[in-house]
Design a binder for this molecule. Sequence first.
Ligand code: LLP
Length: 437
Amino acid sequence: MSVNQSLKPITTKINDNGNISIGGCDLKEIANEYGTPLYVIDELTLRTICREYKEAFSEYKNIKMMYACKALCNMAVSKILSEEGFGFDTVSGGEIYTVYKTGVCMKDVLFNGNNKSKQEIKFALDCEVGRFSVDNFYEAGLLDKLAKERNKTAEIFLRITPGIECHTHDYIQTGQTDSKFGFDLTQVDDIISLINSKYNNLHIVGLHAHIGSQIFELQSFYDEIIILIKEMERINKKFKLNMNEMNIGGGVGVKYTENDNPPSIKDLAEIVTKAMKTCSDNLPTIYLEPGRSVISTSGVTLYTLGSSKQVPNGKKYIAVDGGMADNPRPAMYQAEYTAEVVNKANYKEKERVTIAGRYCESGDILIEDIELPKLETGDVICVYNTGAYNYSMASNYNRVEKPAMVLVNNSQSDIIVNRETYEDLVSEDRIPDRLRK
Ligand code: LLP
């Protein structure tokens, strides 16, 4: 079984105290020590999936794994991924800065995005990121100009919209026609002609596409790659180019609930390899940008139960000390999660509850209708599979401090992101002098 097919981190156990442990650390103790809400990342699960990706694609020699930082970006996670041989797909100056400060090889960094700012492009060029994925006509001109000013040539992918609709939430589809991302297939020849004739500081190395996220259907990847191959071969011939890199976008989906059955990493590698066999030219170097499947399963969030209420003839709500600001996915995409009670792992008596967040919105429900052991104030709840798109999408809604993040491994726990403080919340606020009078 691949890590992304597991609901929980691979080190999850019930220990002698009857508590859930991850990475050999008792989660009740971890919650007491660091407070809640708390993001916890299991290092072994993370390293295992990285190795699975490498192993699954080992037969395809020219492959570059670029972790999509948007799933979760901080220095400790970047350090681990770089040790595992991953490069980085970034989409902002902030993500580039984070991996730069981590000390990763900047040649293994790719800069994506549909509206990169001038300042971000300058920063990326100055940091010498290895690849840019150019998304639109405006950006091509801007990047060429800024590269010229620095006497550099930017190595670029052209992001195309392959026109593929896949079964995932509408908000996280990206490859359908009429998407905000990339060049429509009818515009590709125009951008190439423009670059060939005018933009001497851009060098096209290949095409890039991304169909969406939380994808279970491998056929969509296959269809996407076939389109990329055909386009590359057509363009190489027509424009006498020698593009030999192909960026196929993100990875597979993960298992949030028992009903989710994502394909394994090996299945993904097989379908990619099968599609690549249809190449009639030399096999290109493939770039893969998995985010969710790399980090999701290794992450859990711990919450403490505070108030609860039984609506007469209605639901029983239990309220935790976090919610939509640390995990906006249920409110945004109706995403479903699985949870357990850390300190009641062996309890048999169950009740049906709805886990509500602490934020001032009715939509702040983390899990609707879940069976859990009979709950009391102070119980610690572990929500699984929160590694991806939780911390990275967290906000300070209701002026609440963002949680800390802890890395666990071999019974050791270390803070990798400090919990924000009230002081942090006001640290960038300024009261203009004229208001002080
Ligand atoms: N490459 C590109 C160009 C992307 O746009 C994305 C994700 C990835 C790679 C990584 O895809 P993954 O392997 O994670 O599926 N916030 C949403 C997910 C948005 C994903 C956007 N693009 C969520 O919480 O579901």
